[in-house]
Ligand binder design. Structure first.
Ligand SMILES: O=C(O)C(=O)C[C@]1(C(=O)O)C=C[C@@H](O)C=C1
Length: 358
């Protein structure tokens, strides 16, 4: 049983926490107002995340685990951020899609998160300035690049300002037993990530593609016999049973999400750059461009090609490498690329994303 003293101590600590929260909000507002003064840059959300990560890693022993400390601080920071930055952040909805989980991991629980109906709409709302930012899946460790995202990246509507690497654990969700399932609905990428499991355990079920995993969960809740592949959170929200747990074929199934925004982040010390280029359709053109990365000692960590809409056999290339476009060697390489290619466009330089659990 608690003593009156311990109750008073806890009450007084909670009171102090509330006062500190109020002070934190005011300090943030003051910082934001001061950016009108040209000599001053206000702290960006990307910088705030960096500061929190540093604080947590420097923290000595605590009875609260590091992940919980990080989540708590992000929740506080995003709630205060929203008070002075009311803009919304778009994601492929509905709620509890993996994009939603990635948005929470990056922007925090307190952020103003806006579900939209497609990846294209995320690009449009950010590109038009209706939203302060957004998040889109870009690549999965089992299934490769996300085609809908690539189609939009080349249009230059928005820059990449951050990334999240989310561990994806798919659940088979339904209102009925596994034996009564006749159809499995989900986003094509999720179906593809569970292909082996589905062939083994539900070889007769019809596989039906839809706009998102969370949309599939909504449908499964309306009709017995229909199952969805979606997140545990989506199943909970729709009141569905887990009739197959963690059904992804690859235990290390991770989807990388790109955070879209308007302001290019300053160097954090642990950055990467994503850029898109287009070369002449002639022998050796791509090899010459690859030589530029070698000359500037840039180690490519990702390369993808995708067809240029409206052309035959013409491709865009997207590459990633460590470093920030403000670093001298990266800036020199970009300059060389600009003269060696038809078109070079830096999609963004941003802090490398840590892995989050979905
Ligand atoms: O449908 C969702 O829940 C999404 O957020 C999209 C998406 C994707 O397209 O890759 C995101 C992560 C998973 O890989 C499966 C689906």
């Amino acid at each position: 049983m608690s003593t009156p003293e311990s109750r008073d101590t806890i009450r007084s600590i909670d009171q102090q926490i509330l006062e500190l929260l109020q002070r934190r909000c005011l300090a943030m507002k003051a910082d934001d107002n001061a950016k009108d003064d040209e000599r001053h840059d206000s702290v960006s959300w990307a910088e705030t995340l960096g500061i929190i990560d540093q604080l947590v890693s420097d923290q000595a022993n605590s009875s609260i685990g590091k992940d919980d400390q990080r989540d708590l601080l992000r929740h506080i920071a995003s709630t205060c951020w929203r008070a002075s930055h009311p803009g919304a952040y778009a994601f492929l909805g509905p709620m509890d899609s993996y994009s939603h989980l990635a948005a929470i991991a990056y922007f925090g629980e307190g952020a103003n998160l806006l579900p939209v109906s497609s990846i294209g709409t995320v690009f449009e709302t950010v590109g038009r300035g209706d939203c302060a930012g957004g998040i889109v899946p870009i690549e999965n460790s089992t299934d490769g690049r996300i085609v809908d995202t690539f189609g939009r990246l080349s249009q230059g509507e928005a820059s990449i300002v951050g990334e999240v690497q989310l561990a994806i654990h798919h659940q088979l969700l339904a209102m009925c037993d596994r034996e009564s399932i006749t159809e499995v609905h989900s986003k094509p990428q999720a179906i593809s990530q569970c292909r082996l499991w589905l062939n083994t355990h539900l070889p007769k079920a019809k596989l039906i593609e839809c706009s998102s995993t969370a949309a599939a969960a909504k449908l499964a809740a309306s009709q017995p016999g229909i199952a969805a592949i979606a997140s545990e959170a989506a199943g909970r929200r729709q009141g569905l049973r887990v009739v197959g747990a963690n059904i992804e074929d690859n235990r290390n199934n991770v989807t990388r999400f790109a955070v879209l925004g308007h302001e290019q982040p300053t160097p954090s010390g642990n950055d990467k750059t994503t850029l898109l280029f287009q070369v002449a359709h002639q022998p050796g053109a791509l090899a010459d461009v690859m030589g530029i990365f070698k000359q500037h000692d840039l180690n490519l960590t990702w390369i993808e090609s995708f067809p240029q809409p409206g052309t035959h056999n013409e491709y865009f290339f997207v590459v990633e490498f460590p470093g920030h476009q403000q670093d001298t060697k990266v800036a020199n390489a970009i300059e060389a690329l600009q003269s060696a290619t038809h078109h070079t466009h830096v999609l963004g330089s941003y802090a490398k994303g840590a892995r989050a659990e979905g």
